[in-house]
Design a protein around this ligand. Sequence first.
Ligand code: ADP
Ligand code: MG
Length: 359
Amino acid sequence: MTVDTGMHAIGKDTVRQLCAGQVIVDLATSVKELLENSLDAAATNVEIKLKDSGLASISVADNGQGIDEANFATLCRKHWTSKISSFEDLEGVETFGFRGEALSSLCAVANVTITTATRESAPMGVELEFDSNGELVSQKPMARERGTTVKLTGLFAKWPVRQQDLKKNIRREYLRLVSLIEQYAVISDGVRLSLTNQTRGGNTVSVRTMPQSDRLARLLTVFGTQMRPHIVHFEHQPTADSSEESQLDLSINGHISKPIPEAGRSASDRQFFFVNGRPCDFPKAKKLVNEMYRDHSPTRFPLYAIAVTINPRTIDVNLTPDKRTILIRHEPQLLAALRQALALVFEPSESVFNVSRVQ
Ligand code: ADP
Ligand code: MG
């Protein structure tokens, strides 16, 4: 075989496919992107419904602001977004999305149908269908309340290797999805969120939270109400006199299970970090917390949900398309503050059994 060494630009549609495969990598990222869009649209109710663990269909229905008719044609085009206009906007971005590539990528890996209605159009809405390039191919009127439903079928049908992998590991993939949705359930104040899976064996409700604004209450719907006596609240507030720290605007608000055997787990699967409201991976902090816990409960892992807020100008969330990795300029200070806050929890003299600390 001879290889043509002449260079040429890769065709537009091929580029789209290549990039889409990096944004939507599995079941969990597909659903996560849709849920984030619902939360960005200020929804207070989001219902995620899967058929056959997502292999048959995925639907995410919200009661958010809906989509304006003016945006129908461009909705699923790559890098079309209503959330930022310039690179500078990224600094203060408060929405989960800003890259404008989730819907366009989903079109490349699945069949996408969207129904939506705005306050102005309800009770009339519209059903929109898109092709694999994200172009609008059909539009028909349909009755619906304000909000948006995105339905995906045939996930990865055109990507045989990935589809096979998804089918083979569907149980594990589903559990990863549940863990991810649980993280959004914990952090989404005032949102009713549910995840159900309809299979031949029946309906499974994997996540269901009420629209409480109380963090602990939502945490317990995920961790189980039997954990209530075992969870301790801890926090770190910026101190007025430390100029560097107040510039960071660093605060930590956490819940963690007590370092006693009955409050721990044999795996580190219920450990959630949030930075400025974004669920994320934070391996260094995870290691720190687990090591501190192990000093007191050597064979167990804690459950925890730790929310960090920090000056948005000191972090970068645009490292990876899934935005799970966050670059934190003052990471050492953050870790030191976390260590300090946890030391108070684990310190025997600051008894963790003191109920007044449980909030
Ligand atoms: P991004 O979230 O980065 O803007 P997406 O591809 O996820 O990119 O979405 C593109 C646009 O579609 C969003 O900017 C938003 O305007 C609109 N959109 C998507 N999902 C919804 C939804 N559930 N409700 C309202 N608008 C939505
Ligand atoms: Mg989005």
